[in-house]
Design a protein around this ligand. Structure first.
Ligand SMILES: [Zn+2]
Ligand SMILES: [Zn+2]
Length: 307
């Protein structure tokens, strides 16, 4: 038998809002102005955008209302040194005061996370694989909301978009941080690469359509992330988890060591509903739904305890 602790966005009141959580503009090294970036996301059906320019808290209040999209102020900081000797990028979401490069001189990642939270924001660890981070780099850090499990720009520009191993290492170690999908859009695309936008997003279940409600939902884990598929429902019934999804080729219950399980559609079929019984030895479960193009939607972690 198992006992499950899960903040379940599929079983609470509110509306789903689709958002891009890490976007650059001409205020740093992006190619679109803040207004152009918001218009582009609005045209693709997004409800909110976090503008996170490098070392710049880009003003968004003057442009967002006319575009008709929720804009959340953010910033991206590059600080510290990883075990590989690289710097660590921290995305601040919902920041109220700019953190300048000068002020952050000499900061390590923990100091940056603390400063983001002191400034009213939440911190995400950007693109662990692109930064050559291992989960040990992140295990000792406290107070961050989660990690980017997928980053579109790092995928299309360097083939280092996915960071499953870093996230699963943290979860297996008992650190149940959230895992998000982000674009990190800079709006460039070369001859042999696709645009680094609209490739990874979060869907938050928010009480109302405003920045404060989105932030509250992010803080409490009331969201899931996707690069394609749609998760329609997750139900926890005792020690059984039932997942309904848009048609996919595989549904995986990721867990510690080999305590999870992968279900695949066989002989040309598709999966739209999977039931999985928990043993109580999992410690955590993340449900990942993968389509035929390798695009994935995943939940935040459920904590599983022996009953
Ligand atoms: Zn970065
Ligand atoms: Zn970035």
């Amino acid at each position: 038998m198992a006992r499950v602790e899960f903040t379940n966005p599929f079983r609470c009141e509110g509306a789903w809002l689709r958002g891009a959580i890490h976007v650059h503009t001409t205020a740093s090294d992006g190619l679109l102005s803040p207004e152009q970036a918001l218009i582009a996301y609005k045209a693709r059906g997004y409800d909110f955008v976090v503008i996170a320019d490098h070392w710049r808290l880009t003003p968004v209040d003057d442009v967002a209302p006319s575009v008709g999209i929720i804009a959340i102020p953010g910033e991206e900081l590059s600080v510290g040194r990883s075990l590989a000797g690289t710097s660590m990028h921290v995305v601040a979401v919902g920041l109220s005061e700019e953190l300048s490069r000068e002020r952050a001189s000499g900061w390590d990642a923990q100091r940056a996370i603390d400063a983001v939270r002191e400034g009213g924001g939440e911190a995400l660890i950007a693109h662990p694989s692109w930064s050559d981070l291992c989960f040990a780099d992140l295990l000792g850090l406290e107070g961050y909301l989660g990690v980017e499990v997928y980053n579109t720009n790092c995928d299309v520009s360097a083939g280092k978009g996915w960071s499953w191993s870093q996230w699963l290492g943290l979860l297996s170690s008992g650190k149940l941080v959230y895992g998000v999908a982000a674009d990190d859009a800079h709006w460039g695309s070369g001859e042999h690469s696709r645009l680094d936008a609209f490739g990874g997003w979060v869907l938050v279940k928010a009480g109302s359509a405003d920045a404060d409600s989105v932030l509250r939902a992010l803080r409490s884990g009331m969201f899931y992330s996707s690069t394609g598929p749609e998760i329609l429902d997750v139900e926890v019934r005792g020690d059984e988890v039932v997942v309904r999804t848009s048609p996919v080729r595989a549904v995986t219950f990721l867990s510690r060591e080999g305590h999870g399980r992968r279900y695949e559609a066989v002989s040309g079929g598709a999966l739209t509903e999977v039931r999985h019984g928990l043993s109580g030895r999992e410690r955590f479960v993340v449900v990942a739904c993968e389509d035929w193009s390798g695009r994935v939607a995943w939940t935040n972690p459920m904590r599983v305890l022996p009953d």
